[in-house]
Design a protein around this ligand. Structure first.
Ligand code: V0V
Length: 159
């Protein structure tokens, strides 16, 4: 039996967030807090990415757990505006924490995947981000996130 290529255990550390494209950020925040009962944790405008965004989590869950990211377009030519035009509101991306975004991107390039940026760009809360093209992942836009404070150690094998 062939062992196949070794996957470095530190490549994708944990799910950081699930990104949803929404046409109206305030309406989406109202739904996710008022109806689903999530808690608003953070808001930010990212001009380079063309988004206004909000991060939400279940009440009482600490900020190291995966969150929901709501993203509305700032401009009609932004990635989120194009996604809304083509697909409507909904799941736009899965974002995984990586220890070092440049190293993770290089490893995935070696594995034949197309990364969208030559080098990482600023993401939410001071993170550094890059993306894998959705056509190389079975149709899901995957974001790599190097968090500002360094990733939490995953608690594998513990309850
Ligand atoms: C496009 N496609 C997708 C997709 N976006 N498939 C799954 N998930 C998505 N989000 C499909 C599309 O339907 C086409 O399929 C195909 O990919 C090629 O489309 P394209 O013409 O290249 O589409 P574009 O021009 O809309 O570009 C798609 C990419 C763009 C992924 C290249 O959205 C991009 O650059 N995304 C990265 C930046 C981003 O998403 N920023 C917003 C989040 P068919 O029709 O050919 O089959 S910012 C963020 O997450 C932040 C700040 C953070 O987390 O900190």
């Amino acid at each position: 039996m062939s062992a196949g290529p070794q996957v470095p255990p530190e490549l994708l550390l944990r799910l950081d967030h699930v990104g949803l494209a929404v046409p109206d950020l305030e309406a989406a925040i109202s739904f996710h807090t008022g109806v689903l009962g999530l808690e608003l944790r953070h808001r930010e405008t990212n001009v380079e990415q063309g988004v206004v965004e909000a991060m939400l989590a279940p009440v009482g869950v600490d900020d190291t757990a995966a969150q929901i990211q709501l993203m509305a377009p700032l401009t009609p030519d932004s990635a989120i505006a194009k996604f809304l035009d083509r697909s409507g509101p909904g799941l736009q991306q899965l974002a995984f924490q990586v220890r070092d975004v440049a190293d993770a991107a290089a490893e995935l390039r070696r594995r034949g995947l197309r990364l969208l940026y030559d080098s990482a760009k600023p993401g939410t809360r001071g993170s550094l981000i890059n993306f894998v093209h959705p056509k190389d992942t079975g149709g899901v836009l995957i974001e790599l996130v190097q968090v500002a404070s360094g990733p939490e150690e995953p608690s594998r094998g513990r309850p």
